[in-house]
Design a protein around this ligand. Sequence first.
Ligand SMILES: [Zn+2]
Length: 86
Amino acid sequence: MSYSNCQNPYCHYHDTQDRIKGSKGNKVYTTRKSTAYFGIACTLHCLNSYLEHNKEQIQRAIPEMQIQSRPINMYYNWQTKKLENS
Ligand SMILES: [Zn+2]
C-alpha cells in the first residue's frame, strides 16, 4: 500500500519552492506528492514527523514484540533472510 501524498501533517510547514502551488496572489505551501519513504512520506524528516505524530495509533495497531533470541552459533543471512550456522 502506498499513499498518494506525504502523510506528515506538518509537511506543508516546510518552506521549499516545490511546495508552493496556486496562482499569482493566491499561492500556498502544500503537502508534497512524493511518498518515497515506504509509500508514506516525502523525506526521512517527514517520515519521522509522521511516526512521532501517529506513534500511539501505531502502538495500538501492532502488539508489543517480546524479546527475541538466536543461538550463539548461528547468524542471520540478510540475503536469504534465514538463520544459518556460523
Ligand atoms: Zn513531506
